[in-house]
Design a protein around this ligand. Structure first.
Ligand code: GLY
Ligand code: MN
Ligand code: MN
Length: 441
């Protein structure tokens, strides 16, 4: 049973309420999602709701009422205590738990939401709610908003606009506090150790599924909640499928194995690491050449992940290194500038070089605002994950060389999790080895 570190959550609520500056925010938690028949997927709390409350039950809603006095601003609607439901589905904190353990100024049963929500929203000029994401209560919120608009036109009071909470929360979540950095260190360390376990055990495994079992079993053994996303365990040509998750092919000795996997902790902080290793313990000469290019691109890109840099710079550094390397071995031709302008590298490298990482694996936060590139700052965590994927799936663009059969079926990605710092970025996933000399046996 998760007990929140109240100081952490209280501080976040204070900052959020401050930013709301007179507005009333409705932040819904997640609901259970049906898998089949009477069975549900494991519960996954909504990240914004979690970030502000630390409350890990389905069917809860938080209100943040910055137009009210202190002591009346944080309201939780939760599933009430119910002996029979708890016998079937497990413990609930109930109203008292929400107030005592989770520090709600006031808690109500979720069944009272329709009646009380308009009362709580009264007096605020603006409602903060994310449209399109919470179908179970969106109709109710819009009805209340419509009523408030009418009140405003007749009585001069009532909310007259609807804003998205993301404006405030994305910015807060993008910069990780010391507490969050420590949690991320733990998630990433467990994830890195799982990759090491795969590297050390590869010679005794003969199917992708066994590798998935090894990784995910390790996550659970270490006390994590499980995988942060569907683990990608892709051998041979499967490694050219970016989000391959079938994970059920036999491992062939001459092939590479690409593993993209990370764990999610009990409090939802995530790792996201990719390693590509030779199944036989030896790279073929073609595999080695491609691996060296990707590793070089990744290292140069990581070096550029410092304060003041930005996501596009990191991507471009990786892209140029990949293109130069591919030109050297005859898989691309022409000037690097033109190849980039015409995007004629995209049959070999078709994704961006990284993303923010946090409570969501592809974490929230802007990369650019129109033309303006968001500069990297202390406390940001991002992935750096260039790759090369050689297959027949995307046709070779006009003017680019045909691909000799010897290269096909090679898919390599190397992904690390990086804490942005002033001079030298910190590679949080450093204990997952990636040098060729470490991967061969
Ligand atoms: N594992 C998903 C990603 O690397 O973005
Ligand atoms: Mn990633
Ligand atoms: Mn990944």
């Amino acid at each position: 049973m998760f007990r929140p570190n109240n100081k952490v959550f209280e501080e976040r609520r204070e900052i959020f309420l401050d930013k709301l500056n007179g507005k009333a925010a409705i932040i819904p938690g997640a609901n259970l999602v049906k898998h089949h028949a009477d069975c549900e997927y494991p519960f996954r709390q909504d990240s914004n709701f979690w970030y502000l409350t630390g409350f890990d039950e389905p069917d809860a809603i938080a209100l943040f009422l910055s137009h009210k006095p202190k002591g009346e601003r944080f309201i939780l609607f939760v599933a009430p205590k119910d002996v029979i439901s708890e016998v079937w589905h497990g413990f609930r904190w109930g109203l008292e738990g929400a107030e005592v353990e989770f520090k709600a100024d006031k808690a109500h049963s979720i069944n009272e939401l329709r009646e009380l929500l308009p009362v709580y929203l009264d007096g605020s000029d603006e409602i903060v709610f994310s449209i399109g994401k919470h179908p179970s209560i969106e109709k109710m919120v819009l009805e209340i908003f419509s009523q408030q608009l009418q009140n405003r036109s007749r009585l001069g009071i009532g909310a007259n606009s609807l804003k998205s909470p993301e404006i405030y929360l994305n910015e807060m979540r993008l910069i990780k506090s010391e507490f969050e950095i420590e949690r991320m260190r733990e998630a990433i360390q467990i994830s890195a150790e799982a990759h090491e376990l795969v590297r050390q055990s590869i010679s005794s495994k003969n199917n992708e599924r066994q590798i998935q079992g090894l990784l995910e079993g390790f996550f659970l053994e270490k006390g994590a909640r499980g995988p942060a996303y569907n683990s990608i365990v892709a051998s041979g040509d499967n490694s050219c499928i970016l989000h391959y998750t079938s994970n059920n092919s036999p491992l062939n000795k001459g092939d590479l194995l690409l593993v993209d996997a990370g764990c999610s902790l009990n409090d939802y902080y995530n790792g996201d690491i990719t390693r590509t290793i030779p199944i036989s313990g030896k790279f073929s000469s073609e595999q080695k050449v491609i691996y060296e290019i990707v590793l070089r691109a990744q290292k140069t890109a990581i070096e550029s992940a410092i304060v003041g840099s930005n996501s596009s710079k990191i991507h471009n550094v990786a892209l140029i290194t990949l293109i130069e390397g591919l030109k050297d071995i005859g898989l691309l031709s022409g000037s690097t500038k033109e190849i980039i302008e015409n995007q004629s590298y995209k049959h070999l490298y078709m994704h961006r070089t990284g993303h923010w990482l946090g409570l969501d694996v592809h974490d929230v936060g802007a990369y650019r605002m129109g033309e303006y590139e968001v500069p990297l700052r202390d406390g940001m965590i991002l992935t750096v994950e260039p790759g090369i994927y050689i297959s027949d799936r995307i046709p070779v663009p006009e003017g680019q060389p045909n691909i000799d059969e010897k290269w096909k079926g090679i898919g390599i990605r190397i992904e690390d999790d990086i804490l942005v710092k002033d001079k030298k970025p910190e590679i949080l996933s450093i204990s997952a080895l990636k040098e060729i000399s470490d991967l061969e046996f």
